[in-house]
Ligand binder design. Sequence first.
Ligand code: AMP
Ligand code: ZN
Length: 486
Amino acid sequence: MFKFFSRKKKVDPQIPVYLTNTLTRSKEVFTPIQNGYVKIYSCGPTVYDFVHIGNLRSYVFSDILKRMLLLNGYEVEHTINLTDFGHLSDDGDHGEDKMMIALKRDGKKPSLEAMKPIADRYSEAFMADMEALGNATPNHYARASEYIVEEIALVKMLDEKGYTYETRDGVYFDISRFPAYGKLGNINLQALKDGARVEANPDKRHPADFAVWKKGELGWDSPWGKGFPGWHIECTAMIFATLGKQIDIHTGGIDHIATHHNGEIAQAEAATSKTPYVRYWMHHAFITIDNTKISKSLSNGIQLNHLVERGYHPLDYRYWLLTGHYSSPMNFTFEALDGARNAHFKLKRFIYEDLAGKKGGKINAAYTQRFIEFLNDDLNTPGAIALLWEIVKDKNLTPEDKRATLLSFDETLVLGLSDIHKGDIARTLGVVEIESLPDEVKELIALREAARTEKRWADADVLRQQINLLGYVVEDGANGAKVTKQ
Ligand code: AMP
Ligand code: ZN
């Protein structure tokens, strides 16, 4: 349940926080409803399948947003929902419930009982991905099916206030009763009406009217018969229940603007008469794979585990995401991920090896100022990443201060640079103990060491290439050869 904090400290950032607000289509100075305390809601995944790496952009984005606010001294309360019912295969009111699709796929008879283990399984997998990507656990993981009472109460309230009408298949929100409908993303309602599909529900008065309750054999009892809440109702009811009637920031992908989020605004503001329901709407752009939309039908939904199976660290993917601005579309290719992995690898090695033991430094104030400026400027993560490299190359900063500064920035970026990852060093860097190498490689390394001792550099080079061909990289460290797996 949400709580109102009595603030002990007033937060007044020295460097203003700017966020791009979809509602006003401009970059605005951020001020929360309550000083020092920020309420964020992020539309979560539909837990009928594993999420793909495109979905995960949503939560690295909201994590960076949250950490930027923490860096500025704000207290943050964050809810991510898990849609375990009510999200139809079409974002409007057409198509099949995605959980029903999952039941059929798994050969199960439709029942709420059968849905639960499916939702559990994919929720757990999602949470594991969240953790692997370094995303902070939200204060609330809200499951739509656990807020049925609140969802029905919200529909009832809209019904009583005259915002809805009942049809054969459900209860619909009448957008003609809410003139501001469509303000998010500046939706052209006339064009929507003109372009409405012939097969659209004939009972609907306007194609943009949306279901707040869908009648069906599967679901829960309600004053309108058995069925389930509309997808938009779920998010609003979970916001009301976990964060309150008005919140500071709502996040999601750009696909949610037109239908899902306009629906949320209409029903929330109609129900509470409080405007705005959300002060800052933030939407991230999409990830494509090899310049193609990620889609189930194309079977190109790469998952985080697929990257791990191919030898990438989940944080390599986080690093790659952060090299782009959240509002820019990004095209995923393995070449691009290799580039990110190499850069990430070099950064980790710099900290773990070159700066090993260089403790006791001071966090550099000038760099910190610039770091905050980048992040406060609508989450300019590419700028923040470039700044890390500027620090690495800075000849005037002591190794101790470099270490302290980089590690402090990592509390926000979470690239695995900090001490807690130390136990993971060898694995992260792919360092292989010489003893555990295949005999063939061991032999080549010994021959190369001998060539180097005898200053036969050309021979040493050929041997290095032979080692490469077997999948290993050999480098000469202070304590002899160091071998990593390619
Ligand atoms: P869904 O489970 O479809 O509700 O999606 C969960 C989140 O992933 C939403 O915020 C979507 O906007 C987002 N999303 C879906 N596909 C992509 C993609 N290809 N790239 C980035 N975000 C996506
Ligand atoms: Zn939502």
